[in-house]
Design a protein. Sequence first.
Length: 495
Amino acid sequence: MNRISPSVALLAISLAILPSCKKKHSEAVKSDLGEAGYKLTQEDWFRASRGNDVAALKKFVSGGFAADTRNGEGDSALHAAAAGGAQGSADYLLNRGLAVDLRGNAERTPLMAAILADQTEMVRWLLRQGADPRLKDKEGFKPLMLAVREGKSGSVEELAAYDREDLDPALLLAALVGRADVIDSLTNFGASVYARMEDGRTPLMIAAENGHEESVKLLLDIGSSRFTTDPEGRTAADLAIAAGHPEIGALISRDPSPADLALDSPAEIGKSMDALVEAATVKASAAFHGAVPTQAAASIPIEGETLSSPVSSQTASVSTPVVGKPPEANNSEPFPMPPLVMRQYREKEIPVHIKTVQGDMATVSISGAAPREVKVRAGDPIPGSKLVVLRVRRRMEDSKVNLDRPSEISVVEVRDDSTGTTREWISGNPSNAHDPVALVEDAATRKRYVAAPGQRFKGGNGADYLITEVRPNQMVIQDIASGAVRTIPLRGPRG
């Protein structure tokens, strides 16, 4: 007679009891879920996630439900939690191993799901958990551009500090879809009203052409020039009227004021830019609740015409109160730079266009509600302004249009009698009031200066630098000794 060992007998008994225990556990889970108003189904798993019911989610998982279960559209419960603003559910699912950037329907991440559902707090929370704001969905939209397209201004404010390279394209898109609140948010973080599409249209031109009156009003209010022209010489008003929006054309069109026709001095430009940046910084700092705390800058007088004061050579973290993330270190740059921050860009196009010069007579066109042409000689005023013509002439100049072969151009030199500032205007080019300028802030002293192309300054380390270019979204600076160059990006706010 064969005897069964006690260990074998115990194993047999355990195997017999195990299915019974599993069945009882499953029944217990179903019962508990039932009491909570759920069934052990995919549909209720997603419902519990959206509803932030972490206790129910734990019961589902205890009952054998896979945390990475997808619905018919390809989304996970993490996407559902993001869309529902359910931070507790999302935190639980992340701890269960779901990736914060898990792709779902249309290749969208939970961050994108939160944006589409207008869950601003969830957007902020996901960014703090490491969600990548630079991923694209199936249509090629990054989170910021998706938020702009859908008009989610709260999400725009959260994302702007994380995706600064897309601020200008985002502003152009906001103008296209006509979201004034989004335009306001983007410009607070440094999107430039001087940005242009490849075809030369500015945000104001795009908003006007598409009939977005509220956006047009805001863009004008924050400094967009109503007189800027595209490569074909059309203003925003021209584009609005041609597109069938005469009321917007009338809103934009007006005869230029003396201020529109003034050549501003560097000190005046600096004071204006400083006041605008200061007001916008205070406003944006009060509204910003992101991971990087900010504070309002103290009001600092503008030095005006030069960036001549020595600046600190320290290259540690920048303490300037720029809205959003501080400038990132760029170890690939060829030389260390003083901690300068570009705070604003400014250009001003005068609504006067040089047509031709014949002998000692120049024909100029003045834009406005009723555009007109006038003829002027040296010594004559420009009507409606304090500008006086100093000289008219024709000269030969290399032209890119003619493959760098010299061509004859018309030139008019003017002086503003109120400031003493002079400018030279050329046919075929915009007539500007000044060179493009930037308002820069020394992060060590928090003093602000006006910087223009061709300007030299000395760093605290004794090195000499040259500002070679000032663009709407960056400055280009050269180390004079080595010839190496690097850029300083615009860090807003406004313009």
